[in-house]
Design a protein around this ligand. Structure first.
Ligand SMILES: [Zn+2]
Length: 173
C-alpha cells in the first residue's frame, strides 16, 4: 500500500516539543481565549481548540504609541473621506437636478472645498503609508520617543484639520 501521508517537518516537530516543554513548566495563556496552558501536553488549546505555535516575543515591542498614531491619522482620513464623498455626491445630485453644469461662479466654492480637502485626504493616506513603511525604525525608537511622536501626530493631524475647517468657514462666509 502506497504511503500518501506527508512526512512531518522535523523543525515543526522540534518547535512543538519545545512549546510543550515550555508550557509544562511555565504559566502561559492561550493567545486566543486566555485559558491557562500550564501542563498542556499538545499544541492545541483544550478550551478553544486554537493551534498553538512557538514564537519569539519582545518586551521592547510597544504597540500603544503605534496604535495611537495610526488611529490619529485614520480619524483624519475617515473625516476627510466622508466629507469629500458628501460634497462630491451632493454636487453630482445638484448637477443632475439642474439638468447640467451651473455657471462657473457657482462651481468655484465646491472646487475650493475639494481643493483643500482632497490634498488633506491624500496627506493622511501618505502619512499612514509612511508609518507603515517606517514601522521598523518606529519600533526601534525609545518608548518615550514613540509616545512623543504619536502625540505630535495626534495634535498635528488635529491642528491641520482645524486650520482647514477654519479656512473653509472663512472662504464660505
Ligand atoms: Zn484557547
Amino acid at each position: 500500500m502506497a504511503d500518501s501521508a506527508v512526512a512531518p517537518d522535523p523543525q515543526a516537530t522540534e518547535d512543538d516539543a519545545a512549546l510543550v516543554g515550555f508550557v509544562e513548566r511555565h504559566d502561559a495563556s492561550c493567545p486566543v481565549c486566555e485559558y491557562s496552558l500550564r501542563g498542556l501536553r499538545s499544541t492545541v488549546c483544550p478550551e478553544c481548540a486554537a493551534h498553538l505555535s512557538l514564537q519569539v516575543g519582545s518586551k521592547d515591542l510597544h504597540l500603544g504609541p503605534w496604535f495611537f498614531a495610526v488611529v490619529s491619522i485614520s480619524l483624519g482620513l475617515g473625516f476627510d473621506t466622508v466629507f469629500c464623498l458628501l460634497v462630491f455626491i451632493g454636487s453630482t445630485i445638484a448637477v443632475v437636478m439642474n439638468g447640467g453644469l451651473p455657471p462657473l461662479k457657482d462651481i468655484v466654492p465646491v472646487l475650493i472645498i475639494l481643493g483643500i480637502m482632497v490634498p488633506l485626504w491624500a496627506a493622511c493616506v501618505a502619512g499612514l503609508g509612511a508609518l507603515y513603511q517606517r514601522r521598523v525604525a518606529w519600533r526601534r525608537m525609545s518608548i518615550r520617543r514613540q509616545w512623543k511622536t504619536a502625540a505630535a501626530i495626534f495634535f498635528g493631524t488635529g491642528l491641520v484639520h482645524a486650520a482647514a475647517g477654519a479656512l473653509l468657514i472663512k472662504i464660505m462666509s
